[in-house]
Design a protein around this ligand. Structure first.
Ligand code: GLU
Length: 472
């Protein structure tokens, strides 16, 4: 169906939070729709009432909104095929079911659950797959909605189909079953409802995970029964846990996507990172804005093998995306994560150097790593000593540094000027460390601190000299 307007959809079940795997599926569907000026539909598949988790619909929408994956049709905004929540579409499924009954392609299941269990056990004993169709009743009762309605597989055959990612796929006739269309609670099964909706909503490309490959022959037999051409199938690879051995599951750290928001990652980073888990446009470039991603996105470049989750890579990418932000925005974010009494824009460059996401700012202040900017550091005297230099020597060096800084004009008390001035002194010493080490300690009280010259600038002339005098 190449001439049709592209329509993709994201069809989550509201069974909990949205983890990164679900997000990536949504992302690919969204990228493809945007690339083709198509439509991206959000549809809620809530027909399994037992598994439903309260609040998930809002949570899913909030996640997509944070990421900027906007939808053109959906539960909150409506659209030409509203409603977009399956539990509100029961009449429609019934209508489709009735068409199948009329065609002789659906029938009421006469068996009680325990009878079906018997069939299943027997098949197991005989080491054969259990196929309901083998027990298809000769004269099924009329369907009154109290029993499951089953699809009648018309023709047993090998199913062959194409997947944009996988190429040709096929399955033997054992994949065909008289599967349930409508359950005895009146709700349709996923197998049935999603096909009806994809037909009604004119979906052209179905993007979803590998777990649906096995049932595709069933979906195809439904399309055939309705006399409708199936959409293109786009099967995404799994996301693997960091060890590369198993699929990333909730247990192995597949986090709620909104956790990343809390930790202070940028939505653009998540989009870039997730897009690359299973897709590569080729070339060396790895940092893409969403606009660039839309341009290069290509279904044919989705990989088959699972891509491995990597937190370090994510952090690196986030740092790169922060660099793309206007400085004002960086400042705003960093200040927001600082406690009120520390909100000083002079600290921004120092902090920026040491974080990969906004949440790291909180970690830094939590560990007291910025406290020395606000109060005199405490440290043991011996900390000032560099290697085997004598205390007298160190004290002399610091005194000289004070003399140099005294003559610097208040308005010249800037990182570069301070550095140039002090390095003249440091270079005259046997080892630069004889000045730089005690300088760092006197100012910060830390072994590893930001550059002492920037600390001096931030502290200002008076405070810097006062700290050095104390050290002396
Ligand atoms: N409701 C299904 C799920 O959440 C969607 C599968 C599909 O995209 O067809 O897994």
């Amino acid at each position: 169906m190449p001439d049709k307007k592209v329509v993709t959809r994201f069809a989550p079940s509201p069974t909990g939070f949205m983890h990164v795997g679900g997000v990536r599926t949504a992302l690919y569907a969204w990228l493809f729709a945007r690339k083709n000026n198509g439509q991206f539909v959000l549809r809620i598949e809530d027909t399994d009432k037992e598994r439903e988790v309260e609040g998930s619909i809002l949570h899913i929408q909030e996640s997509l909104k944070w990421l900027g994956l906007d939808w053109d049709q959906g539960p909150d905004i409506g659209g030409p095929h509203a409603p977009y929540v399956q539990s509100e579409r029961l009449e429609l499924y019934k209508k489709y079911a009735e068409t199948l009954i009329q065609k002789g392609l659906a029938y009421a299941d006469p068996y009680a659950e325990n009878e079906i269990e018997e069939f299943r056990k027997k098949a197991e004993e005989e080491k054969k797959p259990f196929l309901y169709r083998k027990h298809r009743p000769e004269n099924p009762p009329a369907w009154d909605g109290t029993r499951p309605l089953r699809f009648k597989i018309a023709e047993l055959k090998r199913t062959v189909w194409n997947d944009i990612v996988w190429g040709e796929l096929s399955a033997g006739e054992e994949a065909l079953e008289d599967f349930i269309l409508i359950k005895s609670d009146g709700y349709p099964t996923y197998n049935f409802a999603h096909v009806v909706d994809d037909i009604e909503m004119k979906v052209t490309h179905v993007v979803r995970g590998q777990e649906f490959i096995a049932s595709t022959p069933k979906f195809l037999s439904l399309y055939e029964a309705f006399g409708v051409l199936p959409p293109f199938f786009v099967t995404t690879p799994p996301i693997m846990a960091a060890d590369g051995k198993k699929k990333l599951s909730k247990r192995d750290g597949a986090k709620d996507i909104l956790e990343y928001k809390k930790e202070g990652y940028l939505p653009d980073t998540m989009i870039n990172y997730l897009a690359f888990l299973g897709f590569n446009p080729g070339g060396e470039k790895e940092i893409y804005t969403r606009g660039e991603l839309i341009k290069v996105f290509d279904l044919a470049k989705i990989q088959r093998s699972g891509a491995q989750w990597n937190d370090e890579k994510l952090d690196w990418m986030n740092k790169e995306h922060i660099k793309l932000l206007p400085p004002k925005e960086v400042e705003k974010n960093i200040l927001e994560y600082l406690p009120k009494e520390m909100q000083n824009s002079k600290l921004v460059p120092v902090i920026l150097e040491r974080i990969s996401k906004w949440g790291d700012v909180k970690d830094m202040t939590g560990k007291g790593e910025l406290d020395f900017f606000f109060k005199q550091p405490k440290y043991g005297k011996e900390k000032l000593i560099f290697k085997n230099a004598s205390p007298q020597k160190i004290s002399e060096n610091l005194k000289q540094a004070i003399d140099i800084l005294q003559v610097l004009d208040e308005k010249d008390f800037k990182q570069e000027k301070i550095k140039t001035a002090l390095m003249v002194l440091a270079d005259k010493l046997e080892s630069r460390g004889g000045l730089l080490h005690p300088l760092r300690f006197a100012l910060s009280g830390l072994d590893k601190s930001p550059d002492p010259f920037i600390i001096a600038e931030i502290l200002g002339k008076n405070e810097t000299i006062s700290r050095l005098q104390k050290a002396v």
